[in-house]
Design a protein around this ligand. Structure first.
Ligand SMILES: [Zn+2]
Ligand SMILES: [Zn+2]
Length: 269
């Protein structure tokens, strides 16, 4: 029996690709015995849908407050956002952060400039290495921006590269820039997430994989959150226990969730 199951990356129907209401998500999370969740709806600066996401994030924050009243102290509910590609529009990103008093901000990169989400690539046709290079450059910019709490699904393009059967693709050639990104994240007092969605998908591993979770720890990293990236209630909490196991294997004794932009530590047991 595992305690302390906290899912720090979930999407409600206030995300363009989410399915269930915040209240329904909470009910499902309680049923599954989770200690708490963070609702982290999308705000992608690259997708040019700002009018919609500004409104949806307001609604998300409102829904979280309402659910918090319904569940009281029996369940921890953190109001978050997954802020994507801030370098596409830093001014808009600031406006998003100022919308409400969010507890938690995941910083993510889903695209490289002027391209669609990596999801839309067919990596049997497209050379993965060019895009991976651009991805890590953009991650570095995100870390330099430094207005988030944890790096979301670090190594994200691998989800689709592996989906497309390119098991031959490895990341060694990027180890220098990966080190630079992780080192700066540590220096800035930020964290990374262990995104477990790949474990229920074709990818078959977490983002990032164990190698880079270990590296983050070696470089002095202390803050790790664990998230399923659930876009529907049935995926809530999925493989969080595996994420906790990996964090332990990487040498961590604790993982975190966020309240008022501050990490709260939970023992990994
Ligand atoms: Zn994402
Ligand atoms: Zn997400």
């Amino acid at each position: 029996m595992l305690y302390n199951l906290f899912d720090s990356h979930t999407h409600s129907d206030n995300s363009f690709d989410g399915t269930h209401s915040v209240m329904f998500m909470c009910e499902a999370a309680v049923q599954k015995g989770l200690l708490g969740i963070a609702i982290t709806d999308h705000a992608d600066m690259d997708y040019l849908e700002e009018q919609q996401f500004l409104q949806r994030l307001k609604q998300s924050y409102f829904d979280v407050r309402k659910a918090r009243m319904a569940y009281g102290n029996s369940f921890i509910l953190s109001s978050g956002i997954e802020l994507g590609e801030p370098d596409a529009d830093y001014e808009l990103a600031e406006r998003v952060l100022a919308l409400d008093e969010f507890d938690f901000v995941i910083g993510s990169i889903h695209t490289v400039q002027d391209k669609n989400d990596f999801y839309y690539n067919d990596f049997q046709q497209v050379d993965p290495y060019g895009l991976l290079g651009c991805y890590f450059e953009r991650m570095l910019k995100l870390v330099q921006w430094n207005k988030f709490d944890v790096l979301g699904h670090f190594t994200y393009p691998m989800r689709y590269i592996l989906r497309d059967g390119r098991r031959d693709v490895t990341l060694e050639r990027y180890d220098d820039i990966i080190d630079e990104i992780l080192r700066l994240t540590v220096q800035n007092g930020r964290g990374i997430e262990i995104n477990t969605s790949g474990l229920r998908q074709d990818m078959g591993e977490t983002m990032p994989p164990l190698k880079y979770i270990k590296r983050f720890k070696e470089l002095g990293g202390e803050i790790i959150t664990i998230g399923s990236d659930a876009h529907r209630a049935e995926h809530l909490g999925s493989n969080i226990a595996d994420g906790m196991e990996l964090a332990r294997e990487a040498g961590f004794a604790y993982f975190s969730f966020f309240k008022q932009r501050e990490p709260r530590m939970l023992a990994l047991y």
